[in-house]
Design a protein around this ligand. Structure first.
Ligand SMILES: NC(=O)c1ccc[n+]([C@@H]2O[C@H](COP(=O)([O-])OP(=O)(O)OC[C@H]3O[C@@H](n4cnc5c(N)ncnc54)[C@H](OP(=O)(O)O)[C@@H]3O)[C@@H](O)[C@H]2O)c1
Length: 343
């Protein structure tokens, strides 16, 4: 028995390769190791991992050792696309060989996807969209669940509403802007380069704002009637939340997925604005709401197959042994869209 992740036990003597962390901190680096393959329990499936994607939370866990970081030695990464290798007791809807995707681990109490095999609570999974290669499905879960919880679950978006999504070519932002379009909104998004303007427009944004060149008052003036945005989805946080509070209109809504900073809420008071915070890891950390994540991903798969949603994937793909380089690319802000690691 080793100490990385609930349910990870020596299983029939089978081993797997994994990228392990022995400690957290800015100098923390992965090392390839042979570790016991996990064994399925009730309600779980064992996945043969085909791909994972890097999320900022994975980088933050590695470098900061957040309170919900997995026990050391640790295997990181929640996003997975894989093939069902074993089915545990009580699992319905999945069978050997099924191709699935989900955000299932990489936090305290679970294994991670930087490995050849990974245990998953079956409730967190969905079958992959038929029209997207299996590996590419690893780009979807964490960011799509976050954007969905904001735009579909929390926001009351009406057709024609002006919506601002920050970071239209970022992981969460590129999905949020597409979901807001699906709800009939007129979508503006912030980006930093002409190349990203083009990508955001291709993803369906109505307006792509170069946030370095366009101050918030000008962004507001550009909304219908010049009254500001009905909804601002803020995926940046500390650097943009005050501007989001400025850009939202009277009676509007601000949703953010980055709220670990200090701000003056009086602009929200003055305009009667609702503020929502999404934290999509809660079902993984608390065990509650897991079936909803599976349900969201089933709906996401249907939207992808209908050609109404697509992931933005960074052109360079990494191998398991290159996990460190993949983290560095994302951490340095050089990725456009999702960074994939194929196992
Ligand atoms: N609470 C949750 O459940 C949850 C879930 C997912 C993610 N998050 C958090 O949300 C954040 C974004 O995640 P992600 O996956 O989208 O990250 P990402 O893929 O790295 O994207 C970040 C984006 O932010 C853009 N950006 C940086 N500064 C900006 C600014 N001032 N204005 C507008 N855009 C700016 C970057 O592009 P440019 O530099 O070119 O502008 C980049 O496109 C991270 O902090 C992550 O930890 C939280």
């Amino acid at each position: 028995m080793v100490g990385f992740g609930v349910g990870i036990q020596a299983s029939k003597g089978l081993a797997m390769k994994a990228m392990m962390l022995d400690g957290y901190g800015h100098a923390a680096t992965f090392r390839m190791a042979d570790v016991p393959r996990p064994r399925v329990g009730v309600g779980q499936v064992l996945l043969r991992v085909v791909a994972t994607s890097v999320n900022p939370v994975d980088v933050k866990i590695r470098t900061l050792g957040l309170p919900f970081a997995p026990e050391l030695p640790a295997i990181l990464h929640g996003d997975v696309a894989g093939i069902v290798e074993e089915v545990g007791p009580g699992v319905e809807g999945f069978k050997l060989g099924d191709e699935v995707f989900g955000c299932v681990g990489g936090v305290k109490g679970s294994g991670g996807a930087l490995a050849e095999f990974l245990l998953a609570d079956a409730r967190l999974l969905a079958h992959r969209p038929a029209s997207l290669p299996l590996a590419d499905c690893a780009a979807l879960p964490l960011v799509t669940l976050t954007a969905w919880e904001g735009i579909m679950d929390r926001a009351d978006v009406r057709a024609g509403d002006p919506v601002l999504v920050h970071a239209g070519t970022g992981g969460v932002g590129h999905v949020a802007l597409q979901l807001a379009k699906l709800r009939g909104a007129v979508v503006s998004t912030t980006v930093s380069t002409p190349e990203k303007v083009q990508i955001a427009l291709e993803l369906g944004a109505d307006h792509a704002i170069d946030y370095r060149a366009t101050p918030v008052p000008d962004q507001i003036l550009a909304t219908p009637g010049g009254r500001g945005f009905a909804l601002v989805f803020d995926t940046v946080g500390a650097g943009t939340l005050d501007a989001s509070f400025q850009a939202v209109r009277v009676g509007g809504t601000v949703i953010t997925c980055v709220a670990r900073s200090t701000h003056d809420l009086s602009p929200l008071h003055a305009k009667g604005v609702s503020l929502h915070v999404v934290f999509m890891l809660l079902p993984l950390l608390t065990g509650q709401g897991r079936a909803h994540h599976g349900e969201i991903l089933r709906r996401v798969a249907a939207l992808i197959d209908a050609g109404r949603l697509k992931p933005l994937i960074h052109p360079r793909r990494f191998a398991l042994s290159e996990a460190q380089q993949a983290h560095t690319l994302l951490a340095e802000g050089k990725a456009i869209g999702k960074v994939l690691i194929q196992i």
